[in-house]
Ligand binder design. Structure first.
Ligand SMILES: [Zn+2]
Length: 536
């Protein structure tokens, strides 16, 4: 019978456990010195080795000839526990035995001395799933446990475990394993099994395991049925779109090309790709782009590596646009869990990714794309004008301020609605103003939190104009405003403005552009236009 890799390569001693040295050394030491606790609580995400360590500990405390705190795995106790024939070591899954009756029964049998081994050990997995009465029943035994009893509780959700239980247990937190550690282990296992595994594929699997060795090995199992496992094999087995198609989707989103994005999404759907997986891939791509830009030094170690750096740098979206996209994707990832139609959620997500919040978006990045010279103060050409935003593109040059403007008043009549003045267009005195703002920005570098500073350097988010002794900041509505216009930041901006100009400058904040009108109606209309969806 085929044995799953994660079972076959499950560590049998503390020394074989990968990546949790701090815990395994402590436990080994306790076994060696006999200074054991009667109750342990192992905390950590799935697949990080909690149950494995619990089993090793159960064997080690009962082993007839422990080796440096490790179980020998050869004596009768070790073998009996390993095979499950020793009835004194009991594993319970609280997810399926969460009733008070189960715990009462456990309590009744717990008082008897073990029959074949020294200590009766209860391993209770997912202990947070116990009902409250069951918790309380458990607490009773934990309060005054007989000498022969040991509890090893494991949980993925510490916050759901009663404090009274916590205080009676010795706690150990299992770390999420880093992807390199998992990749190395997978490569080793593949070698043992005669599975051809390319280095890149091992890395990809390591990342997909998301910190859990068990998941990593299960993924390897899933991919290993064919010849050599390559990145393509992994993508195919996991139903992932892969770098090329994900990048192509992002490119359509950047162009605001809804119809192309929806067509690609439909093709991926037809190929059997899961919407949730697809959003995960998009999210990972955007995250990589952002990391590479905002932390060029160390970001390289943090990026997933599924996409070449060249491709990541070519994504024509500003950092703040990418943050916006990430927020959109997260929103749909959350709603997808409960949605009746994940497919529709995916389509709505594509549409929202293609929409632009305002006309003044500029594809400015920390590293501007070559061949696209950026003239800092000039507003970018409108890439995609949302139909529901009539105010967007054709706005006449506006006066930089309503009062105390030294330049001649522009004879454009003010619109009736209290719509804020949109992005500044080049006007005779603009270069001077913008030069001052640029100097202020330079001065602010290092004084404002880096992420916020990056947002501020993007004229799609904020422009500054010095008019007399007043610095007018025009900030795009949305979360950027909230991030940029904190009292602390405004104060720093004012100080820099004073330092740069040598004058007492005040700061006034205005909205850069109006918010887009009714996104939902827009979305539904666009969905309706797209052939395969019917909206009633
Ligand atoms: Zn033994």
């Amino acid at each position: 019978m085929y044995e799953a890799l994660y079972r076959k390569y499950r560590p049998k001693t503390f020394d074989e456990v990968v990546g949790q040295e701090y815990i395994t050394e402590t436990l080994k030491n306790q076994v060696r010195t006999g200074r054991l606790s009667h109750a342990y609580l192992f905390i950590g995400t799935r697949g990080t080795g909690k149950t494995t360590c619990a089993r090793i500990l159960a064997k080690a405390v009962n082993c007839e000839h422990p080796v440096d705190g490790n179980p020998c795995n050869e004596c009768a106790s070790c073998r009996g526990i390993e095979s499950g024939s020793v009835m004194d070591v009991v594993e319970l899954d609280a997810a399926s035995n969460n009733g008070v009756d189960d715990v009462r029964m456990l309590r009744e049998e717990a008082i008897f001395s073990p029959t074949t081994v020294r200590k009766r050990v209860y391993i209770i997995d997912e202990v947070h799933m116990l009902s409250k009465p069951a918790f309380n029943a458990l607490l009773k035994i934990l309060e005054e446990p007989p000498q022969h009893l040991m509890f090893i509780l494991a949980t993925t959700e510490l916050n759901k475990v009663l404090p009274t239980i916590l205080s009676r247990c010795q706690r150990h937190s299992f770390r999420r394993l880093d992807s390199e550690t998992i990749a190395r282990r997978l490569a080793w296992v593949a070698g043992q099994e005669g599975i051809g595994l390319e280095e890149d594929a091992a890395r990809l699997l390591g990342r997909m395991a998301d910190g859990g060795m068990r998941d990593g090995l299960s993924l390897l199992d899933q991919c290993a049925s064919r010849e050599t496992v390559t990145v393509e094999t992994v993508m195919h087995s996991m139903g992932l779109a892969g770098a090329t198609r994900t990048l192509s989707l992002v490119s359509s989103a950047a162009d605001g090309d809804v119809s192309s994005a929806l067509e690609q999404y439909e093709a991926l759907w037809q190929d059997g790709k899961e919407p949730a997986g697809l959003l995960g891939e998009l999210s990972s791509l955007f995250r990589d782009v952002l990391l590479l830009r905002l932390a060029p030094e160390n970001g390289r170690n943090l990026i997933s590596g599924a996409y070449g750096e060249e491709s990541l740098r070519s994504v024509p979206l500003s950092s703040s646009e990418i943050i916006r996209c990430l927020n959109i994707i997260q929103k749909y990832q959350a709603s997808m869990v409960t949605a009746a139609s994940p497919r529709l959620q995916g389509e709505l997500c594509m549409i929202e990714l293609c929409s632009r919040p305002g006309p003044a978006e500029t594809p400015v990045a920390a590293a501007p794309a070559p061949g696209k010279p950026e003239k800092h103060p000039a507003p970018a050409p409108v890439r995609h004008a949302p139909p529901a935003s009539p105010l967007s593109a054709e706005v006449a040059p506006a006066p930089p301020a309503e009062k105390a403007a030294p330049e001649p008043e522009n004879p454009v009549p003010e619109p009736e609605k209290p719509v804020p003045v949109p992005a500044p267009e080049p006007s005779p005195s603009a270069p001077e103003d913008d030069a001052a703002w640029q100097a202020i920005l330079d001065d602010l570098s290092g004084k404002i939190i880096f992420g916020t500073y990056i947002l501020m350097t993007d004229p799609g988010n904020v422009t500054g104009a010095l008019v007399g002794n007043e610095l007018i900041l025009r900030v795009r509505p949305g979360f950027e405003t909230a991030m940029i216009t904190t009292a602390d930041n405004i104060n720093k901006i004012r100080q820099s403005a004073c330092a740069v100009t040598g004058k007492a400058v005040t700061v006034r904040v205005e909205e850069l552009t109006p918010k887009p009108a009714s996104v939902n109606e827009d979305k539904l209309a666009q969905l309706g236009q797209f052939g395969n969806v019917t909206i009633r």
